[in-house]
Design a protein around this ligand. Structure first.
Ligand code: SAM
Ligand code: SF4
Length: 315
């Protein structure tokens, strides 16, 4: 389906839980985060019904995210259900990968096609601090298990944080030298706990091309600019919500774990999908796609207009 700005919407991001085994400093508050109750979270049947309606409207790619999708019990079954929906060609997942190693092969067998692993540092002590308790070795084991299970072109997402990990650009990008990983540097966004972080935390992704002048621009893919260096197996992507407007390349809609359609990550607009029959779901999705704003206003306001944190929406 085409939205009001002429963009083809083919990509649905489903948050399958707001819970997480980590507490990344920029994403979730350390303690006392109010969590949805089990009854508030969409069931697998409800999630699949939304995917079925979205696929009828032209969605071909579904990403399962959260919170941490791997903490949702039965996630392999959900992957199987979503992958079986007619029209769905790609089922991807965004994960911190700490719980991935034991289930990577099962996920692949169930129909998961792509994995994005969030990895902001390659230093174990830093990893523990950023994730508040996560273990780098678990995440790296997950990444390796994904490779062994046959997942290709795995993306590695690294959020750039001034004074926290911006000295590690060369090391993290270096993961793409020997393996065909797509290492993506994402500018920190003022949403969730990061909304109150000092200005110096928000570094432009220019730091990546400045640190690695051998990178050559090879094109755009959705909201990312892609770069590659001679003889590297993989590539480097820059996602710059803060320093550049990328909204003209946006093809996505999002659904929160409690069943609210968000036409834009950074807008407060939401449409309730819970309890709707198939035709009503189609109408609600059509309305949401039509209501997608032209672009976000984060760079002008230095604030997201979304009333929710990233673990609730799904990044
Ligand atoms: N738990 C999974 C993970 O970490 O990959 C999936 C959910 S997480 C909310 C999805 C992505 O959002 C992660 O790559 C995370 O780094 C990113 N994210 C969370 N808060 C962010 C912020 N304030 N700015 C930029 N990216 C953020
Ligand atoms: Fe959890 Fe992902 Fe948020 Fe980190 S970024 S707290 S892993 S949901």
């Amino acid at each position: 389906m085409i939205d009001g700005q002429g963009r083809q919407i083919g990509y649905l991001r489903l948050s399958v839980t707001d819970r997480c085994n980590c507490r990344c400093t920029y994403c979730m508050a350390e303690g006392g985060v109010p969590m949805l109750g089990h009854a508030d979270i969409l069931s697998f049947e409800e999630l699949t019904a939304i995917v079925r309606a979205a696929a009828e409207l032209g969605v071909t790619k579904v990403r399962l995210t959260g919170g941490e999708p791997l903490v949702r019990r039965g996630i392999v079954d959900l992957v199987r259900m979503v992958a079986a929906v007619p029209g769905v060609a790609e089922v991807a997942m965004t994960t911190n990968a700490c719980l991935l190693a034991p289930v990577a092969a099962e996920l692949r067998e169930a129909g998961l096609t792509r994995i994005n692993v969030s990895l902001d540092t390659l230093r174990a002590d830093r990893y523990e601090k950023i994730t508040r308790g996560g273990r780098l070795e678990d995440a790296l084991a997950g990444l390796e298990a994904a490779r062994a299970a046959g997942f290709e072109h795995t993306k590695i997402n690294c959020v750039l944080m001034g004074g926290v990990n911006d000295d590690e650009v060369a090391d993290v990008a270096g993961l793409a030298k020997g393996e065909p990983y797509d290492v993506r540097f994402i500018e920190l966004m003022p949403i969730g706990p990061a909304a109150t972080w000092p200005q110096g935390s928000f570094v432009s992704a220019d730091v990546v091309t400045e640190t690695l002048p051998e990178l050559r621009f090879i094109g755009r893919e959705g909201v990312a600019e892609l770069y590659q260096a001679k003889s590297w197996a993989g590539c480097v992507g820059l996602i710059r919500p803060m320093s550049h407007k990328f909204c003209d390349g946006c093809s996505r809609i999002r659904v929160t774990a409690d069943g609210r359609l968000k036409p834009c990550l950074h807008s407060a607009a939401e449409i309730g999908l819970r309890g709707l029959g198939h035709d009503e779901l189609l109408a609600a999705l059509r309305a949401g796609i039509a209501a997608k704003p032209k672009y976000h206003h984060m760079d002008e306001n230095h604030a997201s207009e979304s009333a929710r944190d990233m673990n609730e929406i799904g990044g």
